[in-house]
Design a protein around this ligand. Sequence first.
Ligand SMILES: Cc1ncc(COP(=O)(O)O)c(C=O)c1O
Length: 458
Amino acid sequence: MDVKDNCTRGSVLREKARRNIWQFGTSHKKMENTDRPIVFEFAKDRWLYDVDGNSYFDALSGVWVVNVGHGEHRIAKAMGQQAKEMNYVLSEEGFANIRAIELSEQLLKILPDDFDRVYFTSGGSEAVEMALRMARIYHRLQKEPRRNRFISRRGSYHGATLLALSITGNNYLSHVVGPPPPGLTKIAHPYCFRCEFSHRDPNTCGFECAHDLEAVILREGADNVAAFIAEPIATASGVAIPPKGYWKEIRRICDKYGVLLILDEVVTGFGRLGTMFGMEWFDVIPDIVVMAKGITSGYSPLGALATSKKITSKIPDRAFLIPGFTYTGHPVSCVAALTNIDIIKKDGLLLNATKRGIQLKNLLHEKLDNQPFVGDIRCLGLLACVEIVRDKSTRAPFNYNDGVVDILTDFFLQNKVYVRLLEGYIHIGPPLTVTEEEIAWLTDVVKDAFEQLSRLLS
Ligand SMILES: Cc1ncc(COP(=O)(O)O)c(C=O)c1O
């Protein structure tokens, strides 16, 4: 097949994608004007290949999903075998399957001892919804039926279903779906680069953003609040890494007012920070933990939540739990997760994420600190963000219409790098298998991108 045939095939597929599939996260018009979407057809290790014969380094693991890398034959083999043996069975209402039981055991082994029961969903949004439902069930059974309200953080992302999107802190995302369900409140998030309370030093700020939780609980009435939900690190809004001590303070406040703490580890779970879970890094134990994405590295859709003994022990065995999801405990997804976790452990991916994360952080600083449009670099393990600013001294961001995001996105794609730019953030999060050479090359491309931007804007 020559280049011309490839182009023809690519444009036909792109046209079909625009016509037949709703293009979320962008607009159909933009896709048409830019001749997108890029249509991928093959992926191996850290590389993606499109139908036009282009290759791209997957610097975002899809979207913080593919922790063990693409084309992992051990997972594919286990899934294929499971699909042949038993593809599906109802896994609630009195039925169960072996793979779901095995995965529950594995998760409870790798989570801190505090957790003792899990529930499976098809993805992160469903797991978030179920965690919120669980919090209300818990309070009702404690004879506190008024505890219905949920508190989340500005800058958070918790999913695309109506409730998960409504607790999501980004107004731009959550407001477009109309009025949110009642009983939701948002507090400040620990975004030290742009502190809502104008602090400049996280060592002396006294965690005012954490104390915002206490202020809101008191305003709402502690007896009305069911749970506080947050990600260990708010990822989608620029990898806002909380200062040391923040999570201890949040845990203290939740305990003081009987508010459950739900940790959304959809991105930070399964090795992204160099630890199996973000809670280990921040030394905080939530009451409920939510997992998805890296749980199967994207080989099959799966989400999960785990409840701590505090919750499990207080929900009486006689309590009737209304049905959950059709695909709960899906055997093929569970076997994908089991093999995936095995690979993370056996292949030493936590250690690699730690080492390559340190290298990534050091090289980003070395190559970008002097760039005029780089405001901040945040990196923990293999979760990183470079924040773009228009003015380094005032930290003023670019206007959304300045076209900077499009310029940089085009540059990265032309230079074989798939990353995601959202507003002023370049998110970087390659698979945990990434090599030393790849990190060195990737950070060179990021540097070149900023040099190109400087040339265009000077
Ligand atoms: C922190 C967090 N929670 C929840 C979700 C929702 O997960 P899903 O897209 O699998 O429904 C996401 C997705 O990006 C996420 O980043």
